[in-house]
Design a protein around this ligand. Structure first.
Ligand code: PLP
Length: 401
């Protein structure tokens, strides 16, 4: 249908297509292996309902008002305390509560990147971050990952090369060092140290997206990049994977001057004041470590079920790194396979997955796919993989020799 808006010129920097994560779930009987959703049965619903009722009664009259840019302090204080468990020390003026960590990505991009500036990322990378960098009209360059995370040696070579040829150094390098989305891999300690050293030497920021680090299946811990070089890292985390994404609350930890700049862009004052009061009440009642341990046990089991189903249904047609945490298994097929070519056939059979190309800056990654093991139940994981394998074997029977 034509509309008067057809001839209206919207701002050029608005993305032409939505970020893939914003796609809506439409069919209730579908098995969704595509989206990084938390397990709904593990939401602390009862505690949340008591917390919400008490927060409204106790703090509603204040929390429903406008709040200054400082906002209520309880969630911020909780973040400060929990960060210490992970070796991250931050004053309150170094923390900003955000509308999910996605807003942290957006704010970091907006305070650092002018059109034409260079942003370096991993390949594959998180699609919403790529969208933020594209919207900022950045030049995006990507660096491959392997089983130990991003190839820091290639980043070092590229920096040397840029310096030698008087070419631009990136303003920021965006990374998910722990339980990468979609790669499932974790950056080794040695590479972490090297990357921190490069950020210092070449004077760029690392945007460290740490959304999954609490969901650690092995007990092995890696230091956040922030702990290695705090002044050069903008650290992002979120309540989405540990409480629930519908809260839309996350946080940034960075140098106070970085946080100050971000506050200048937060035009509506502090974020989710009312929701923060509810969350603060919840965090006071919730035995947090027990809650996390329950999530870990659940997601680890789900990972194992998905991994076993993949081996049973695909045999040696796929390889993958078994993730030590997080939500995802990243599949690698033979080079001549194009997962986009059977994503619709799989959907027609009742399962969704994300085809590889969605995670790359350039046209590549066709022989990969991302599966998420967090959202559906065990039986659905197995059935979903069978449907996907049916679609795949039908596709290769017809097209790949
Ligand atoms: C790496 C990464 N960062 C950020 C997010 C989004 O987090 P939030 O809900 O806090 O915006 C996700 C969600 O899938 C993610 O995988």
């Amino acid at each position: 249908m034509s509309s008067i808006l057809d001839t209206f010129a919207f701002a050029k920097r608005i993305p032409a297509t939505p970020s893939i994560g914003s796609t809506t779930v439409t069919k209730p009987d579908h098995i969704h292996l595509s989206f990084g959703f938390a397990a709904p049965d593990l939401f602390p619903i009862e505690l949340l309902s008591q917390s919400a009722a008490d927060a409204v009664t106790l703090y509603g009259r204040k929390a429903l008002q406008y709040s200054g840019s400082g906002g209520p302090g309880k969630v911020l204080h909780w973040i400060q305390q929990r960060s210490l468990v992970h070796g991250i020390q931050a004053d309150s003026n170094q923390i900003l509560v955000t509308y999910g960590s996605t807003q942290g990505i957006d704010l970091a991009t907006r305070i650092l990147v002018d059109p034409g500036d260079h942003v370096w990322v991993e390949s594959p990378s998180f699609f919403s971050a790529l969208q933020a960098f594209r919207t900022a009209e950045a030049h995006i360059t990507s660096f491959p990952i392997d089983g130990d995370g991003v190839r820091v040696d290639l980043i070092e070579e590229a920096l040397l090369e840029a310096k030698r040829n008087n070419r631009p150094i990136p303003k920021l390098f965006y990374t998910m060092p722990t339980y990468h989305n979609p790669g499932g891999v974790t950056l080794s300690l040695e590479r972490r140290k090297r990357l921190a050293h490069l950020a210092e030497t070449y004077n760029f920021f690392i945007l460290e997206d740490d959304a999954y680090s609490e969901l650690n299946f092995t007990g092995d811990r890696y230091p956040a990049l922030y702990t290695l070089i705090p002044q050069r890292v903008i650290y992002l985390n979120t309540f989405s994977k540990i409480i629930g994404p519908g809260l839309r609350l996350g946080w940034v930890i960075a140098d106070s001057r970085v946080i100050e700049k971000m506050r200048l862009l937060n035009l509506g004052g502090s974020i989710g004041v009312f929701t923060q009061e509810i969350l603060a009440e919840l965090l006071q009642r919730l035995p947090f470590q027990e809650h996390i341990d329950r999530l870990i046990a659940h997601y680890r089991r789900q990972r194992d079920v998905l991994a076993a189903a993949l081996r049973a249904s695909f045999g040696d047609h796929v390889t993958f790194h078994l993730p030590e945490g997080g939500f995802y298994i990243w599949l690698t097929f033979r080079k001549d396979v194009n997962t986009s070519a059977f994503v619709q056939a799989a959907a027609d059979l009742g399962v969704s997955f994300v085809d590889g190309k969605s995670f790359f800056v350039n046209p590549e990654g066709y022989h990969h796919a991302r599966l998420c093991f967090s959202y559906v139940n065990e039986e659905q994981l197995v059935r979903g993989v069978q449907h996907m394998a049916d679609a795949y074997f039908d596709y290769i029977g017809r097209t790949v020799s």
